[in-house]
Design a protein around this ligand. Structure first.
Ligand SMILES: [Zn+2]
Length: 345
């Protein structure tokens, strides 16, 4: 992620237990592994432990394969409690993440969103695919985003992940709520989810961020390209998400940086006093970026034939990538290879 140009990550984390679904000796074991990984690489972290308890709407029983994800409200509350004291010392933030309305009953939803501090970010998947919308209507008489808007006091603390399937009314109301739409355009394309109504949503004042979700690609430039291109294909127009003040690449990057930082409750996403110094230096050594001016360089990096847009990355004031390399990448890759071998790959 660091080498691709991400400086801070929100980890929507739901593999909590061992392969049989048993809690580890330390039930927060896998959360600590994520904290350690972010520390080793130097990425900023908002850890989003996911509450996942059911296989479908209305409290359907969890399947065997999903047992690694499952928590009760009590065990989830203990997980949050175990992580909380370490957060300030190890410099990560904690958010609360009910997985989706499929995986959480209304009662559990109401209990767990109160478990974090008053300003904790809240993340939930909603309205990714048409089937989920149909099942939600069958369960509650209303659509997922509409359900959240009516029952969850959706505001700036919330990140509604995907939100692909929305009516005009849902688009406007979600945009005005102050929440962030957490988009994963390359994953949504890979899965054939549909097209996020980005133009309508942005015109209505909506904020968005981008993430890598299923890691089909890990590349913020590719996410923003896919987002803009999906709009062009859908609307039969060019330059959909640009604005009068800035070209489309600059506008996409600035919106995503601001929205992403808001969704992670991190003081980042802009170059400003008391903000995290999360900075990306573009690679002037890539032929597609050579001689580009400030106004156009993000357009070239996102939409041009650029293969390696990132030269350096600073996270929280420390350089973690220099000249396209992370200082520990060889060692980390060797350990990754060994881990794959031990799994029989
Ligand atoms: Zn997702």
């Amino acid at each position: 992620m660091a080498k691709a140009g991400y400086a801070t990550v929100g980890e929507f984390h739901y593999v909590h237990h061992d392969p049989r679904g048993k809690a580890y000796a330390d039930p927060a074991e896998l959360a600590w592994r994520i904290v350690a990984a972010a520390e080793e690489v130097g990425l900023g972290l908002t850890l989003l432990p996911v509450f996942y308890a059911h296989a479908g709407f209305g409290g359907a029983e969890i399947t065997q394969d999903q047992r690694r994800f499952a928590h009760s409200v009590d065990s989830y509350a203990r997980l949050i409690e175990a992580l909380n004291p370490a957060a300030s010392e190890r410099r990560f933030l904690i958010g609360i993440a009910p997985h989706s309305l499929r995986a959480v009953t209304a009662d559990e939803f109401a209990q767990i969103i109160r478990l974090g501090p008053a300003d904790a970010p809240l993340h939930i998947h909603a309205a990714e695919q048409a089937k989920e919308v149909d099942e939600c209507v069958a369960w509650s008489g209303t659509r997922p985003v509409d359900w959240l808007l009516k029952h969850a006091n959706i505001d700036r603390r919330w990140c509604v992940v995907h939100a692909t399937q929305m009516t005009d009314d849902e688009i406007r109301t979600l945009a005005r709520s102050g929440a962030v739409a957490g988009l994963a355009p390359t994953t949504e394309a890979d899965l054939g989810d549909g097209t996020f109504p980005a133009e309508q949503y942005v015109v209505a004042g909506g904020a968005f961020g981008v993430g890598s979700d299923s890691n089909t690609l890990i590349d913020p430039f590719a996410e923003l390209r896919q987002l803009e291109w999906s709009q062009r294909l859908h609307l039969h127009r060019r330059n959909v998400l640009g604005s009068d003040e800035s070209p489309v690449g600059t506008s996409l990057w600035a919106r995503a940086a601001r929205g992403g930082a808001q969704a992670l409750a991190q003081k980042a996403g802009a170059i400003s006093r008391s903000y995290r110094a999360d900075l990306v230096v573009l690679n002037g050594g890539d032929a597609a970026l050579a001689q580009q001016g400030v106004d156009n360089i993000l357009d070239a990096a996102i939409f041009g034939p650029c293969r390696q847009p990132v030269r350096d990355v600073m996270s929280g004031g420390a350089w973690i990538v220099r000249d396209g390399h992370h200082a520990r990448e060889a060692e980390i890759f060797a350990r990754y290879r060994a881990a794959l071998r031990s799994l029989g790959h």
